[in-house]
Design a binder for this molecule. Structure first.
Ligand code: CTP
Ligand code: MG
Length: 354
């Protein structure tokens, strides 16, 4: 049954916004789950300190940025505050042996990966029906910073930003387009797309650009540069909330529907790069060629998403031609669900995630 008058459209949008909120709330991690994960982090940190006494083990990724869903993986980063540290690949091997001996985790050290990590999994048990999956990396300070940036964006407008991001994460997993190993996009990539849309596409914007705001106090060199990248952003969210309010009053339903429309029809995949730092950029100006890599013959840069700090890094570099075709097809499919003017919000939601 088509909806006819504007008030029924308004009613649908309100109902759909509420459905989205209810849907993501029931997928949030429980307090118990968060407590178990924190215990695991502490246990692992204690063990690592028997090898490197001056180390810290910090959470990053979804467990630390406010975009975590039930049973999501744990991303941990080991920082070593001493000068005479062993190399990351040596540590991966040492730590792998230690955890194998001392814990019930299944341990898989990957000392020769591009970024050396130890992969851990814990089998499901009554208290932990889905077990735990955890990656431990080393000295990945940029990831800690981009986690903090994402967390700040989540805090500015949790009702709209978190709902939208969490929904897209669930949706992309259910539609099977959340797998860099299979040519589609990581969760991190989807989060950046949402932020790009809310900062640069929406007018008036839903979010300010934290990386382009002026600092309110003098900033030291260490606060600005890390590994040659500018990592500064406005992070006093309490103050920001007092001084800044978005002029955009759209509901989360309207924003989501418009997001699908923009990424199915308007974004220029062939030429454009989505950057939360600088808006829409050109692949050409970044030197991101779409020709296959001359050495590996792997295709690259089909889809361009700039990392907020590591600006020469394409977060969507793993997306293949087929992967992009499927992702765009999914954005279009989602758009069609709404252009068919569904009567009931709950039915539209079910269709989206089917
Ligand atoms: N990351 C990154 N560069 C990438 C991918 C990931 O720096 N190309 C870092 C980011 O700090 C990101 C974290 O790794 O927050 C985790 O990435 P990912 O697992 O994709 O996102 P999560 O939010 O943890 O999503 P999920 O809950 O699906 O694990
Ligand atoms: Mg993760």
């Amino acid at each position: 049954q088509p909806r006819r008058n504007p008030s029924s459209k308004q009613r649908f949008l309100l109902e759909f916004s509420q459905c989205l909120v209810d849907f993501v709330v029931q997928l949030l991690p429980t307090v118990e789950e968060l407590a178990v994960k924190e215990d695991v982090r502490k246990l692992l940190e204690r063990l690592i300190r028997t090898i490197e006494p001056e180390s810290r083990l910090l959470s990053f990724g979804s467990t630390a940025n406010g975009f975590s869903l039930r049973n999501s993986d744990m991303d941990l980063c080991c920082l070593i505050d001493s000068d005479e540290r062993t190399t990351a690949s040596n540590l991966v091997t040492l730590l792998g042996d230690l955890l194998e001996r001392e814990t019930k985790f299944h341990v898989k050290p990957l000392p020769h990966a591009r970024i050396p990590i130890v992969k851990l999994t814990l089998d499901p048990s009554p208290g932990l029906p889905f077990g735990i999956a955890c990656d431990i990396g080393f000295e990945n300070r940029l990831a800690l910073e981009n986690t903090r940036l994402l967390m700040c964006y989540a805090m500015i407008d949790p009702a709209r930003v978190r709902t939208m991001v969490l929904f897209l994460k669930v949706w992309s997993k259910r539609r099977r387009i959340n797998s860099p190993y299979h040519g589609t996009l990581s969760s991190y990539g989807y989060v950046l797309l949402v932020l790009y849309f809310l900062i640069h596409v929406k007018n008036p914007p839903v979010l300010p650009n934290l990386q382009q705001m002026s600092p309110i106090r003098p900033v030291s060199k260490e606060e600005i540069h890390l590994n040659g990248f500018n990592i500064w952003f406005f992070d006093d969210i309490e103050l920001l909330r007092q001084r800044w309010q978005s002029a955009n009053t759209e509901t989360v339903a309207e924003l989501l529907i418009d997001f699908f429309k923009y990424f199915s029809r308007e974004f220029s995949y062939s030429l454009g790069v989505a950057s939360i730092r600088a808006g829409l950029l050109k692949k050409e100006s970044k030197g991101w060629s779409t020709e296959p890599d001359p050495i590996t013959r792997r295709e690259r840069n089909r889809f361009g998403i700039e990392d907020p700090f590591e600006t020469d890094f394409n977060v969507a570099r793993c997306v293949t031609k087929e992967g992009l075709f499927v992702i765009r097809g999914e954005f279009m499919r989602a758009s069609r669900v709404f252009s068919a003017r569904p009567e009931r919000a709950i039915v539209a939601l079910a269709q989206l995630c089917e």
